[in-house]
Structure formats: C-alpha cells, structure tokens
Design a protein around this ligand. Sequence first.
Ligand code: URA
Length: 330
Amino acid sequence: MTEPADARSELAGIAASLRAYLEWQQDTGATGIPRAPKRAAVAQAQAAHADAGPQTAAPAAPVPVVAAPVPPPQPTPRAPVPDAQAARRDAPAGPPVTPPDFETFALSAKPVAPVVAASAVLDTSPELRATRLPVMAAEVAACTRCVLSTTRTSTVFSRGNPDAKLVFVGEAPGAEEDASGLPFVGRAGQLLDKMIAAMGLSPERDVYVCNIIKCRPPENRPPKPEETEACIPYLHEQLALVDPKVIVALGNTAVSTLLGTKLGITKVRGQWKLYKGRTLVMPTYHPSYLLRPSAQQVEAKKQAWDDLQAVMKELGVKPPPTGRERAAKS
Ligand code: URA
C-alpha cells in the first residue's frame, strides 16, 4: 500500500507537472480546458505505447563499430512508415537492416568530402561524440553545399546536451536562429522549452535540439528537396553520434525526412516509429503549429501533450518535483 507521505509527494509532483502544462497551454492562447478528452485518441496513444513496449524489454540489436560501405544510389520508392512493434518483432538477430527508404536522401545527395557517411558513424562512444560533434559543427559553419549558404547569417547546428537520451528534431532555422546560431530560440523555441519543462526536463541538461537542415530558408519557406538532400548527412551523423533513446520529430518536415513517409503529421503523430530500424521516434506537432490560433489548436495541444507523456513514460521520466520537494532535498 502507498504510504500517505509518498501519495502526497506523488500528488504534488502531478500538480507541478499540471501547472507547467497549463502554462504552455496558456502561452499558446488556450482559454479553457476541454471537458473530457476524446477517449479514442487516449486509447490509441496508450495502445501505441503498449505495443512499442519499454526500451529495455526489446533493445536494438548491437550496432557494428564499422559500417558496411555505402551502396550506390538506388531509385527506391518510399516504403510506408515502419511500425515500431512490427520492426522489432521481425528484426533479425544480427546487425540491424536499414530499410532502403531511410537512406534515400543521403544516398542521392552529391558526395561531399568532409561529411562522413551517416551509416559509417556507428561508434557511439562518448569520446567520439565529444570530439567529432564540434568538428562537424565547424564543417557545417563552412558548408557551401546548397544555395542557402549564400543567404544565411549563421549556420545552426544544435543546442542542449549531446549526451542526452532525448533529441528533438525540428525543420529549419528561422530568423532568430539565423541571427543567433542556435536552434529554437524564437517564439516556437520558447514554447518548445516550456513543453520540455512541463515534462520535468531541463532544456540544457536533458535534451539535445537540432533541425533537419542547418541554414535558414529565405522567408522561412520549407526546405527544398535538394537543400534537404545536401544537408541531411549532417543530421544522420549527428544522430548516430548522440545515439538517443528517443527522437521527437516535430512537424511534417522532420517526420517525412526521418521516417521517409508522405503521411501528414495528423496521421502519424502519437505513434511510435523507428529511425534507421533502431531508434524510437515519436512524431508530434511542431511548436509553430501549436502557436497558430485555430479551431483545431485546443485538440492539437492536448494531443501534443499526450505524445510527450508517452515519451516520458518510455524514458521513465517522472513529473517535475515541487518547490517543497526541492527545498526538502537541499
Ligand atoms: N523552427 C524549427 O523547426 N527550427 C528552429 O530552429 C526554429 C524554428
């Protein structure tokens, strides 16, 4: 039976999380809470989580330290988004087999010398992470692989902790990011930080944040396919080095690029998927979408929170401690 003190502290934790959640809801313009959640949506998110199972119960097959050479480009049609449960169930015992569509962008990109092929960066040791990521950031800063290099102010590589188990991937830098050289520092970034705080996590310590492409597209238009093709090897290498347990893919561009799907975010959000056949991906709405006032936003925000709660559950993240709990510890 739960001790009363434990129950009180658990309740206080839930209240703190709820307060953080309500703060980011308020920030995105919410003026009220829907009376009852849609049962079907809740059941679907719970079922998806149960299907995917805890990370520890079905660990990804070990990754070889040196990858096989990258095969020549194949005009492979995109396969449907792989289902995490089915992929795990059907996975062979040996090294993971990368579904052909995952590499489509990287393989069709023009080869550029300094970028190590994504599939060759499979040594995920902290030492390599610490040494290679800053070198890669410098390579990105000098990159001229696409036309966006002629209009950018800064390249935007990452922020947060490269040792984190949770990575958020957005689309592309906007004006504030282009000016500062850091991802998600504008309005969408502030909302993202509130979402992360509502999960009880620190944006600096507990997560790593990056984008599909590293340079701002003019007028914040979506990246063109050739820009994504040129840039995506950087992200593949970044993700291989950081080696997170969970990637949250924010919005259509991140989802379609990481998962090779043409399905829209409303169709795939809330469902566990796999990146490169081994890393769990939770697709959810982009914070910019949640900031746009519209009739659907109340439900979208609730769904985004459901998605983040599924991530918390997968990572074993508890709601943030209350002020009283923090004070009691110090
Ligand atoms: N939107 C993104 O997708 N990324 C950023 O860094 C900022 C806004």
